[in-house]
Every structure is written in structure tokens, then in C-alpha cells.
Write a protein that binds this ligand. Structure first.
Ligand code: SF4
Length: 113
């Protein structure tokens, strides 16, 4: 199961010379790991996690799988991410929780952007 995916919105970056991929993770505690530590009852209720392609159970399962891999085996996650980045020749990788880009200070993003 690939970590990196793209969509028509991300592909628009090709016009600017960037090949962009996203990593969709499962928000809040859906994976058993709390991704959204500062979430509120309101945002969880309005979360777009199930919007668009997120409506499909296979998409939800994939997001949960990626999130569990990230928290349970970061070395394997990073190894796979690097392989995919090289294979797909990504110039930008974003972590995507639904459709919002979130850039926590201490994530691994800086290694790839
Ligand atoms: S992804 Fe955003 S909206 Fe959804 S639960 Fe997490 S913090 Fe709330």
C-alpha cells in the first residue's frame, strides 16, 4: 500500500514545476493513536475525513493503516517514504489530514520539502 498519493488538486503544482504527493492519515483517534491532540468535539463532528474519497471504506482503511504504521514503526514508515519519494520523483510531500495541510514543527516534513 503506497504512502504517497496524489489528486487533481495536488497535481496542479505541476504547472509550477513541482510534483506533489500527499500522505492522508486518519484524524483524531480513529487509528488508535491520537493524531489531533488539540481537536475539539466541534471540529471532530465537522471533520472532512469522510468527505470526497474518504467516504469509501477502503480509503478509511488505508488511512488508518498508514497512521498506525507511522506511530508504531517510524523507521519502516520513513524507509517506505524515501523509496516512494525516489520512485515517484516527488519534489514536495505534504501530510494531509483530510483536505487541510498541517505542518507541525517537529514532523519529518522538513526532511522532504
Ligand atoms: S483533522 Fe482537523 S477537523 Fe478533523 S478531527 Fe483533526 S483537528 Fe479536527
Amino acid at each position: 500500500m503506497p504512502l504517497l498519493t496524489t489528486n487533481t488538486k495536488l497535481e496542479k503544482s505541476l504547472e509550477l514545476g513541482y510534483r506533489t504527493f500527499g500522505i492522508h492519515l486518519a484524524p483524531e483517534k480513529l487509528s488508535g493513536f491520537n493524531v489531533c491532540k488539540n481537536s475539539s468535539a466541534g471540529c471532530r463532528a465537522a471533520c472532512l475525513n469522510t468527505a470526497g474519497m474518504g467516504a469509501y471504506s477502503s480509503v478509511q482503511k488505508a488511512r488508518i493503516h498508514k497512521t498506525r504504521l507511522f506511530f508504531s514503526d517510524k523507521d519502516m514508515f520513513m524507509e517506505q517514504l524515501i523509496k516512494e519519494k525516489l520512485t515517484k520523483k516527488a519534489t514536495r510531500i505534504f501530510f494531509i489530514f483530510i483536505y487541510f495541510f498541517i505542518f507541525p514543527k517537529d514532523t519529518i516534513l522538513n526532511s522532504f520539502c
